[in-house]
Design a protein around this ligand. Structure first.
Ligand code: ASP
Length: 330
């Protein structure tokens, strides 16, 4: 009995030693943390990642954090790369709502979004805006509807690939208008909005973190916001909601979250979560996010369990919408 107790005590002490070792050494001096962003540089997901990395760096002893834009295939290339990465806390993944749409949109995925990752927490919620090229003859949403109706089959709708936020929003927009548009996929929203500004494509639905400054500078035409309530951001506050324009139940908000490959030590994930939580309370970070229409996530989702529970609910929610739209990718 005594021996068993002794062994248990030694085992407990060893576990505690390992935990505190992991706690105090991550991130090790001189080691670089890479955050994989599965979309192009300069787009909304990339901007959130760079902004968060800048703030988290300070919480992690001035660690070097680099962004790896592993773009393509609607984010599935980058997410796959993160799933296969070493689970030591030095490779993370920052991505958005795609974590909940791709399980339904893709018939086959080389990873499992629920089983192959450790969840660190949700970062923010970002509304979307429906925007058009500068030369589009429609000046407001009623005119967009009219123009789209008259140009059946000829309208180009840009997106960041199957599974992206812009793709999801575009699917819902086409279903609501009962109009089939030609999807023009990019590897991220940065090249999509560049082509929209250059009049190469007609319409794009994208996060306000990408569109606010272009709307303010009048480099694109803005027609509506995708949230149930109007926004307060100065450049966006006069935009009507799609719901108020008759698109019943249209309510899309894009959330971003931080992940680590499955098996990353719990102490390390906890340390990442703590650094992230501190960053999300940083008034400078909050100010920068709010200026672009983003809202910091609610506390119940800025933790591993709350994050995972939320993604599970989102998979169920968007699964129904996507199945109703009948779009799949192989
Ligand atoms: N906002 C893009 C999307 O449509 C992706 C990106 O962040 O570049 O999902």
């Amino acid at each position: 009995m005594k021996t068993i107790f002794k062994i248990a005590t030694v085992a407990l002490a060893a576990t505690a030693a390992i935990s505190s070792y992991a706690d105090s050494t991550y991130p090790a001096a001189g080691k670089t943390i890479t955050i994989i962003v599965p979309f192009t540089a300069g787009g909304p997901t990339d901007k959130v990642a760079r902004d968060l990395a800048e703030s988290m760096r300070k919480q992690l002893g001035n660690a070097t954090i680099v962004i790896d834009n592993a773009d393509g295939a609607g984010s599935t290339i980058g997410i796959g790369k993160a799933a296969r990465a070493r689970n030591d806390g030095y490779t993370l993944l920052l991505t958005h709502i795609a974590m909940s749409t791709i399980p339904t949109l893709y018939r086959k995925l080389p990873f499992n979004v629920l089983n192959d990752f450790e969840y660190a927490g949700i970062i923010n919620d970002v509304p979307m805006t429906l925007i058009g090229r500068p030369t589009l003859p429609a000046k407001n949403f009623a005119e967009v509807k009219d123009w789209v109706g008259k140009n059946q089959g000829k309208v180009n709708l840009a997106n960041a690939g199957i599974g992206s936020a812009s793709h999801l929003c575009g699917l819902m927009f086409q279903a609501a208008l009962q109009n089939d548009m030609t999807p023009v996929p990019y590897k991220g929203a940065a090249p999509a909005i560049a082509d929209l500004m250059g009049n190469q494509v007609d319409l794009l639905c994208d996060q306000t973190t990408n569109t606010t400054s272009q709307i303010a500078a009048k480099k694109v035409q803005a027609y509506a916001v995708t949230t149930a309530k109007p926004l307060t951001t100065p450049a966006l506050k006069d935009l009507p909601t799609l719901q108020s324009l008759g698109l019943k139940d249209f309510n899309v908000t894009i959330w971003h979250g931080l992940y680590a490959p499955k098996g990353t030590p719990a102490e390390v994930v906890q340390k990442i979560n703590e650094a992230m939580k501190t960053s999300l309370k940083d008034p400078e970070f909050i100010k920068r996010q709010e200026a672009l229409g983003a809202v910091i996530a609610t506390d119940d989702r800025i933790n591993p369990a709350g994050h995972k529970k939320f993604v599970e609910a989102e998979i169920a929610k968007w699964g129904k919408v996507i199945k109703a739209a009948g779009t799949y990718a192989d």
